[in-house]
Write a protein that binds this ligand. Structure first.
Ligand SMILES: C[S@@+](CC[C@H](N)C(=O)[O-])C[C@H]1O[C@@H](n2cnc3c(N)ncnc32)[C@H](O)[C@@H]1O
Length: 235
C-alpha cells in the first residue's frame, strides 16, 4: 500500500489526517519545543516533520515498512531521522531517552500493542507523554455502512464488539488486515504499563474542516478515531 499511501498523503488529499485528526493530535502533543520525540509507525514521516516544524529538537520515526522509511528519509531535514524497525521491540533504544512519544494510527496494526506500550513507557523519561491515535473500538468492531437501495448511508451495525482479533478491510482498493480490541483492553494495557490516562479525545469534524472536506460529514455520525493522552508519572 506504501506507494498509494505516500502519493495521497503528499498530494494533501488525506482528509482524515488534515481535516480530522491533525488538530486534536497537535493539541494533545502540546508544546513540543526542545523535546526529543519518538514516532511509532511514522509512515512517510509527515507527523515527525510537523513536530519538528513546531520546535521539537529531534524526532525519530520508526516504521516496519521499508518504502515508507525511504520516502521519509528523502524529506528529512537536520532534526528528523527514520529507521526501519518493529515498534513492538525497542531494545535498540535506551531507557528514558525520549521526552515525548506518538503513535498515529499504528497500534491497531500491531498484533501486540501492549508490548509497544510497555516499550514506549520504558524509553520515555518520567514526566513524558505518549499520545496515541487509534481506530475507535466501536468503529473497528463494525463492518461497512448499511445503505438503502439508492446507496444512502443509514447506519453501522455494532456487532462482534467482544470478539477481539483480526479485521479485514479494503483501502485504496488494497486488502489489508488490522486488529480490533475493546476499549477496556486498551485502557488496561496502558494502566498496566504504568501510564496515567490524562485525557481521551473522540475527534469529530469542525464546521471549518467540514467546509474544506464535505466528505467528512460521516464523522458527525459515527466515531472513527480515538486519541489517548498518556502520562509517565514523575517518580
Ligand atoms: C495507518 S499507517 C500510519 C502512518 C503514519 N503514522 C501516518 O499517520 O501517516 C500505519 C503505519 O504503521 C506501520 N506499521 C505496522 N506495523 C508496524 C510495526 N510492527 N512496527 C512499526 N511500524 C509498523 C505501517 O507500515 C504504516 O506505515
Amino acid at each position: 500500500m506504501a506507494p498509494a499511501w505516500i502519493g495521497e498523503t503528499r498530494a494533501g488529499k488525506n482528509a482524515s489526517r488534515d481535516g480530522l485528526l491533525d488538530g486534536p493530535m497537535l493539541e494533545a502533543c502540546g508544546d513540543v519545543r526542545g523535546l526529543r520525540v519518538l514516532d511509532c509507525g511514522c509512515g512517510e514521516g509527515r507527523f515527525c516533520r510537523m513536530l519538528v516544524e513546531r520546535g521539537a529538537e529531534y524526532a525519530l520515526g520508526l516504521d516496519l515498512c521499508e518504502p515508507m522509511i525511504r520516502a521519509a528519509q528523502e524529506l528529512a531535514g537536520g532534526k528528523d531521522e527514520y529507521r526501519q524497525a518493529d515498534v513492538q521491540d525497542l531494545g535498540f533504544l535506551e531507557d528514558a531517552s525520549f521526552d515525548h512519544a506518538v503513535s498515529y494510527l499504528n497500534q491497531c496494526d500491531l498484533p501486540d500493542f501492549a508490548a509497544n506500550t510497555r516499550e514506549v513507557f520504558r524509553v520515555l523519561r518520567p514526566g513524558g507523554r505518549f499520545v496515541v491515535a487509534n481506530l475507535h473500538p466501536m468503529r473497528s468492531a463494525t463492518g461497512e455502512w448499511q445503505r438503502t437501495e439508492d446507496g444512502t448511508k443509514q447506519h453501522f451495525i455494532l456487532d462482534r464488539y467482544f470478539n477481539e482479533g483480526e479485521r479485514h478491510w479494503k483501502m485504496m482498493e488494497i486488502d489489508f488486515t488490522n486488529f480490533h480490541r475493546t476499549l477496556s483492553t486498551y485502557l488496561d494495557a496502558y494502566l498496566s504499563a504504568g501510564f496515567r490516562i490524562d485525557r481521551i479525545i473522540e475527534p469529530t469534524v469542525t464546521p471549518e474542516n467540514l467546509k474544506r472536506y464535505p466528505g467528512l460529514d460521516d464523522e458527525l455520525r459515527v466515531p472513527n478515531f480515538i486519541v489517548f493522552v498518556l502520562g509517565k508519572p514523575m517518580g
